[in-house]
Design a protein around this ligand. Structure first.
Ligand code: FBP
Length: 302
């Protein structure tokens, strides 16, 4: 199949307004993976989520927002996603060079609450020349219903303004720590993200663990294959409208090249659409990170 046909097939699965789809098309045609239907997005909201020193002190250049935007361009990434202040500090220099996604809510690790504060909106995204908005929900947390409503409200406005929508769907709260990445829970969270109307769904890579939950039995009764990572990626893609939504997987904590490359191969084999990789880039020296992203891109090109 030619790349252009592949892209057409992906876009055909969305039947909402044409202006958002133009931006989705723009995203899917940017960076080194442009035209392949695959994406590698660079998120830098960890300063908010985990704190600046935990995030950047192993590579102090990464305290500078321009470092990240230039990195995303040099690495051939598809887009750059970040909260308000970071986008504001680079949009004039970079918004015509790489698609920007405004992350519109954020959490922080100084609180124990599994909640997020609203930190951006559609007007900000337009003012800052972004192609889309990003949002996080925590399915299972005591605040999940409010977060879901906020996501839907933001997405409604974003789509009227012709922006694309990306939903980080991270189970948290009610289940055990192990349960946050259990396949039955991640599958549920990914499907909810589709139902919120996200164009792009972002989840963590699921483990083979089945959390004690009413969803567990259907995996056992129906013999759903969850034995290896690529099979689990297939399960997630299937729960996202039978493969009709773009699903990307997060990179997670910094790990060695071999570990991350094996994960990327499994995502590719399972039919995932790509990755959102933050810490595994900026917690490596610049050239090593460029090298890693190039290897990742080559796998997604295959
Ligand atoms: P990483 O590649 O650094 O894991 O980034 C992905 C991401 O979703 C970030 O956008 C976010 O800050 C972080 O993970 C949240 O991680 P956690 O939920 O583990 O705190």
């Amino acid at each position: 199949m030619k790349n252009s046909e592949n892209l057409e097939n992906i876009l055909k699965n969305y039947e909402d307004n044409d202006k958002s789809l133009l931006n989705l098309d723009k995203l899917l045609n940017s960076g080194t993976l442009g035209g392949t239907g695959k994406l590698v997005i660079y998120p830098v909201d960890q300063g908010f989520e985990h704190g600046p020193d935990r995030s950047f002190s192993s590579n102090p250049d990464a305290y500078d927002p321009h470092y990240h935007m230039q990195f995303a361009i040099d690495a051939g990434m598809s887009a750059f996603a970040a909260p308000l202040g970071m986008i504001e500090s680079g949009t004039k220099t970079f918004s015509d060079k790489i698609p920007l996604i405004l992350k519109c809510n954020s959490s922080n690790s100084l609180t124990n609450l599994s909640d997020q504060a609203l930190t951006g909106n559609v007007d900000d995204a337009i003012r800052l020349n972004c192609i889309g908005v990003g949002f996080t929900i925590y399915p299972g947390s005591e605040f999940n219903l409010k977060l879901i409503e906020q996501a839907c409200n933001l997405f409604r406005k974003a789509k009227s303004a012709g922006l694309i929508t990306v939903l980080w769907s991270y189970p948290r709260g009610k289940m055990s720590k192990k349960g946050e990445t259990a396949i039955n829970i991640v599958s549920y969270a990914a499907h909810m993200a589709c139902l919120c109307g996200a164009h792009i769904i972002k989840v963590k890579l699921p483990t083979s663990y089945l959390e004690e939950d009413p969803t567990k039995d259907s995996f056992i009764k129906n013999n759903i294959n969850i034995n290896n990572l690529s099979e689990r990626v297939k399960v997630i893609k299937r729960s996202c409208f039978n493969g009709k939504r773009i699903v990307v997987f997060s990179g997670g904590e910094a790990k060695n090249d071999e570990e991350i490359i094996n994960e990327i191969k499994a995502i590719q084999e399972g039919g995932g659409n790509g990755s959102i990789v933050g810490r595994n880039c900026f917690q490596r020296p610049y050239n090593k990170a460029i090298d890693l992203i190039k290897q990742i891109i080559n796998i997604y090109k295959q």
